[in-house]
Design a protein around this ligand. Sequence first.
Ligand code: ADP
Ligand code: MG
Length: 385
Amino acid sequence: MFSVDELKAGFRDIYGREPFLIRAPGRVNLIGEHTDYNDGFIMPAALEYETRAAVAPRADRILRVHSAKIGETREFDLDNPAPQPKHDWTDYVFGVAVALAGAGKALKGADILVASSVPVGSGLSSSAALEVSIGYSLLTVAGLPIDKVELAKLCQKAENEFVGMRCGIMDQFISCNGQHDHALMIDCRSLEKRPVPIDPRARIVVANSMVHHELASGEYNKRRASCEEAVRRLAPVLGSIKALRDVTPAGLEANKALLSDVTYRRARHIVTENERVVEAADALAAGDLARCGALMNQSHASMRDDYEISCEEVDVLVDIAQKLPGVFGSRMTGGGFGGCTVSLVEAGAVDAFMTNVRTAYETATGLKSTIFACSPQQGVGPLAD
Ligand code: ADP
Ligand code: MG
């Protein structure tokens, strides 16, 4: 992680003046995977891993951004009438400028240095942390008011339209609206959020499988297409359904014959996952950690067998975790095909858990997992000196 001083010094080296600082967190999702783009329920928390931006205004209409992670400085002209994606990291940055300008925001030129401690492509949402840090920076430079729900929507639009990843609202929303020491149960249709305190008897532990399979974004868009197909086929019999959010497990079972086996299983993951999220939020809020954990375990089985977004290494990591003492539940978190798992672990058992998972995972796969216990953070905002 770049410290405040390192970030300021880095900015001075590149741009020769003083910046102000912004931070936007990555996230872990406790439960509710791929439900966001089905208008359903999710329960993420913002992490202490974050993207930090050092920012200063420019007198012209140029946006210049340096990524410490990539080691590259790139420029974008805010007056470019037809900006095109370059199919690299800058799409996440300039896509946000395009989305903000498209929403009528009068942006101004800026110099920006971004540094991030969010591991890239590990399902902890480095992309949204980058987008949100840039969006917040640009609005601040332009002296515009910041509505964090609107900012989340515009960053999602950037990723959907400029990057070409049809992600739901989860990552950008929690990076904008995260709440200290809480997970947020979010209704992705109304964008209503319910803060759920993390019971002090438990910790959220994230373990990185250290694998990411390249099919992630193509498969993601395919899953989304399957959900849309299920809605199209079920709508004639179920009435005015707009998304799988509107379908109950019973409604799906009764009309199973209308769907291919694959489409049925994809839909079954979503409709059962939605119910699990709502129940898990109640269980966590009521201190029923065992029930919350059992739902996380069921969520993993559903992702593995019905939605088919897990992979061998992640299944191994989850199996190891679920069998250890003091573990309430464990599942893959994030888009899938690798990345991280999230476990709910008894506070007193966390140290032993981390050691045992690391050892057993290395024995099974030869891979060294990085593991950490997290404390949920606030969403995007100024970074204090
Ligand atoms: P995730 O969001 O799970 O980390 P994604 O595939 O959605 O994975 O996004 C990863 C991409 O986001 C990277 O390949 C890179 O293009 C971009 N990115 C994220 N963080 C940075 C950063 N600090 N600097 C430059 N690009 C970044
Ligand atoms: Mg991402």
